[in-house]
Design a protein around this ligand. Structure first.
Ligand code: G1P
Length: 275
């Protein structure tokens, strides 16, 4: 079955960026002139997806306004040199539909994804965590993952090797290389944010997933895990036990824009590429 929809969990507070995120959603923080979530939507479009499903929360209205026409602004800059600055976002709005639902209580990433069920329905879907900003020319990470999904028809997580002392920040997997590949693993274990001594490997999940829709029923039964939150990692482990999760070591770069260091790194990287 084709992947037609991309879910963006975007309800989190972004406390690491306070006070910037006091009244501005963290997904709207810009790398140069574009907000993080727009990069995510562009990556989904590049992968052939046109239906964006966004799980928001209180204080996130700016996301909806961003993916909408601003008549006053358009009228103001029409015919002038600034008009071109809106062409990318206009083109996205023209190609995609955006639907929203609100997560009323913050009960973890797994719970946010479950909240999105009403927008996704009974079909496989992609998930983008906008604060993981990925770059790989025209062959974006989600596009690469679509090809992996076509081959294996099960849930896919994107992974990257990280220094062992960073495992407490990520979902970490263990798996067996799939025959004749050097980048694709059949997942055998996954642990949410383990201490290095408890980590099965140094292969970390980054914020890109393709999930089969049975994940929703699994999430409904998933008990709160690490940090008292409902974790997508725990739900995926249930699929992995049945051999139904593939981890894919993606090509390209990922910036952790949920941290100040990663945000600055991404800003410099995109600035250098922009002239
Ligand atoms: C979430 C997931 C984690 C994953 C990470 C990727 O954590 O829970 O498994 O490795 O995203 O960015 P968060 O960064 O939301 O704490």
């Amino acid at each position: 079955m084709k992947i037609n929809k991309c879910l963006f969990p975007a309800a989190g507070y972004g406390t690491r960026f306070l006070p910037a995120t006091k009244a501005t959603p963290k997904e709207m923080l810009p790398i140069l002139t574009k907000p993080l979530i727009q990069y995510g939507v562009e990556e989904a479009v590049e992968a052939g997806i046109r239906t964006m499903a966004i799980v928001t929360g209180r204080g996130k209205r700016a996301i909806e306004d961003h993916f909408d026409i601003s008549y006053e602004l358009e009228h103001q800059i029409k015919g002038g040199s600034k008009e071109a600055l809106l062409s990318e976002i206009r083109s996205l709005i023209g190609q995609c539909t955006f639907s929203y639902t609100r997560q009323i209580e913050m009960r973890g990433l797994g719970h946010a994804i479950l909240t999105g069920e009403t927008l996704i329905g009974d079909e496989p879907f992609a998930v983008v965590l906008a604060d993981d900003l990925c770059s790989n020319g025209d062959d974006g990470v989600l596009k690469q993952m679509m090809e992996v999904y076509d081959r294996y028809q099960c849930s896919i997580v994107a992974i990257e090797e990280i220094p062992l002392d960073q495992t407490h920040k990520y979902g970490v997997i263990a798996g067996d290389l799939v025959d004749n590949t050097n980048d694709t693993y059949r997942v055998t274990d996954m642990v949410e944010k383990p201490e290095p001594k408890d980590a099965p490997t140094n292969m970390a999940i980054i914020g890109r997933y393709i999930l089969t829709p049975d994940i929703f029923n699994i999430l409904r039964d998933t008990k709160p895990g690490k940090g008292g939150e409902i974790q997508i990692t725990d739900a995926l482990l249930e699929q992995a036990k049945q051999g139904r999760v593939i981890a894919y070591k993606f090509k390209g770069r990922r910036f952790d824009c949920g941290s100040i260091d990663g945000f600055v790194e991404a800003t410099n990287y995109f600035y250098k590429g922009s002239y």
